[in-house]
Ligand binder design. Sequence first.
Ligand code: GDP
Length: 197
Amino acid sequence: MDIKSATFVISNTDVRKCPESSLPEYAFIGRSNVGKSSLINAITRKKQLAMTSQMPGKTLLINHFLINNEWHLVDLPGYGYARRSKDQRQELAKIIDSYIMMRKQLVNLFILVDIRHEPQAIDLEFINRMGEWGVPFSIVFTKHDKLSKSRADLNVEAYKKKLLEDWEELPPIFVTSSETKYGCSELLDYIEQLNKS
Ligand code: GDP
């Protein structure tokens, strides 16, 4: 898929205030610093469409972007901030969960995971919860350029093995780098394929 246009639509903390539109939505989520904003900017080829971690305050919002006048890309708040209070974490979980459960336009959730790390409990819990809820999701490994190809392959295989301890089938898996754009076209082609089906 070629990105012909990508524009910011609205930010909010309430799923009920998300755009009234029947366009299909694809949401991106992951822990803080996983590389979510960088990936959104890389796939849309807009340097500052999504604001990166350096911008305080942006992290609590559901951000909608309109792509090619055909679909919405949704930047969800990051989960699992160790530095936030319990109340703040609960508030964030409420925003995220209500969007995922209530938003009928949501076609697929891309769960981002940093390829450098071993499977982390917080990500596995989130992934398992999405599986239990029957939410269509894919796993997107980020920062592929930070590892050698063999190390990256090993880490992806280890992750798959871990997931297969709980699940019989694996979700679609993408390996990406915002730095080199590795895997970005595969991700967009997958969205295009889902848009057509
Ligand atoms: P977010 O909090 O998930 O939105 O993460 P950011 O997109 O702000 O990225 C966090 C940090 O990781 C920043 O310093 C980015 O420059 C860096 N980063 C993100 N993606 C990549 C990548 O694909 N390769 C490399 N080398 N660094 C990345």
